[in-house]
Design a protein around this ligand. Sequence first.
Ligand code: ADP
Ligand code: MG
Length: 702
Amino acid sequence: MSELAKIDIKYLKGVGPKKAELLKSELKVENLEDMLYVFPFRYVDRSQFYKIKDVDSNMAYVQIKGVLQSMRTIGEGKTSRLSGIFSDGESTVELVWFKGAKYIADQLKIGVEYVMFGKPSFFNSQLNFVHPEMETVNSAEAKRTMGGLQGVYNTTEKMKNGFLNTKNIQSIIFNIMQTHMATYQLPETLPAYLLAKLNIPTLDTCIRNLHFPKDKALLEKCQFRMKFEELFYIQLQLLQRNSIQHKKAGFVFSTIGNYFNTFYRNYIPFELTGAQKRVIKEVREDVRSGKQMNRLLQGDVGSGKTLVALMCALMALDNNFQACIMAPTEILATQHYISISKMLQPLSIQVRLLTGSTKTAERRDIHERLENGTLQLLIGTHALLEDNVRFKNLGLAIIDEQHRFGVAQRAKLWAKNTCPPHVLVMTATPIPRTLAMTLYGDLDVSVIDELPPGRQPIKTIHRTENNRLGIYDFVKKEITKGRQAYIVYPLIKESEALDFQNLETGYEQLKGIFPEPQYHISMVHGQLPAIEKEQEMQKFVNGQTQILVATTVIEVGVNVPNASVMIIESAERFGLSQLHQLRGRVGRGAEQSYCILITSVKQAKNTRERMEIMTSSTDGFEISEADLRLRGPGDLDGTQQSGMPFELHIADLARDGQILQVARDMARLILNNDPNLETDENRILKQQLQKKAPAIDWGRIS
Ligand code: ADP
Ligand code: MG
């Protein structure tokens, strides 16, 4: 810990208890060291000064040196504004303040030389600046902000109201450097050999230059170092935790036996793809290693994860263990049960389904058979987690669409045997590699990056509400060819606040457009009782209905290969990953499939961008990268519920993938040579890890 960490921020000159409180609540800053880690999120070039005559309203921020000639308040009360005339010696321009006019009027002085910094705008055919930053030339020079790049800090509305804007933050940091850091060097936090190897500056140099950059080249080096360091320690911690000596003991599935081989040789419905084979091999290696498997299987929608899950379950059964597969919805669990028990029929394996709607007698029978071991494979929903579901010898637990489950629920499966079973979690939410490396750093990751052969890419089209009739005609043509269609709505009940098409009125309209007896429509949504949901769904699966109107309950896993059209209403309301999931419901057979995204005619820029990504890419990983870029990692599907297990100060997972890779490689290299970080030169790593350890909330990572 540096000396600065021992000094409470409220004792710094110019801070005081009120601002200290704000710094704490808004930025989690408690001491001087914390303050130094509040970094600018961008820099503006203050090396150049403009003349008023050279400025036009298309320019971004500019700075001008000059004096205030006059000031006056125009209007009264809420609509009043402060207007100043600013002169650079050759010409003049108006400066305007709407907010805090009185305070600003008190601060500014006529005739004093200022550096005015702001964004030019055009009003009443006159150039002006609204809410420019004003700093006396003396103070600007003292902070070296005139020489070049100046940091801009994030602030909140609350902070601004408490006089903590970006300039105030800069002043506070400047103050720390002038007083406490004038003769004090921040202690280094990385080993010397790493600094040399990566050719990066010391911590002290970096902190000073991030706030007050000497020049652009040095700033970039310093940014690299700080991002690297942040990601490096996370990787070091993850990899150390995940290293072989930290893994738990696990059951050994020593043989590939009768079930697996018979199924593979005689009953497998299709040739496995290369990627499916590879994943099965990876699991095979895990389950005979003597350590507990904790593996994440990522595979885009339709990549064939179910079959992989089944073959892994057979490995457990072959070794006289039981296995279970848990899915997030009843529809999905039922579907798995139907397809898996069909595939397993010739092997006479005991498979059962357990969900919330399983009848008491059936449930009792399942419980009994689980405990006496005659039931080999259990498929179900959350119902599986209940305490009275006890296995004789559970060896493998598979969780489908794992992001739908909370960590606590996953943890319950671990407790279903005396020694925790092997765990395979599967997801079709393709988490970008960078995020997976960080978020699931303690899981081993397998990827199915290949779709089964013969699939035609889905054609995705963006249309507006005005095109609906044409779209319905198209659906009719597809139905005539024998195909089926999904129509998905975002809402279940009409919401007064939101003027969106909703399921029930949509359904009524659709019944008029697709009348019986020629057409039949099913409808499912979250509020339908399970039995009805199941019946409606089943009608669509059997082909009795040609159209399924639904909310996102069908998002995960549903498999009806004959469906060739997916229509998504109010597509702007869905996240990219969700749209991709929904689209994945079609294109599962050999026929050409279509996804039609319907939005309102008027679209926000962000909506247009997102629709463009959807129409130009069918690659789930690419889409999730784009999602990450547009929304930031905190909002990413699949991480939303759990949040990020740690906060990043400076690194950005969407942009700093390469730095992350360097950090990971370096961490791995170091741990390979010195697993417990015991050498002299690595002692600093161990110390830093201990200091940073609580920063990662392991409870959020399964
Ligand atoms: P997901 O990965 O989305 O769970 P599924 O397991 O539901 O995908 O598989 C999607 C479809 O592809 C199913 O109809 C399945 O039977 C089929 N499938 C799976 N593996 C193969 C394969 N190797 N060859 C051809 N079709 C396959
Ligand atoms: Mg699936």
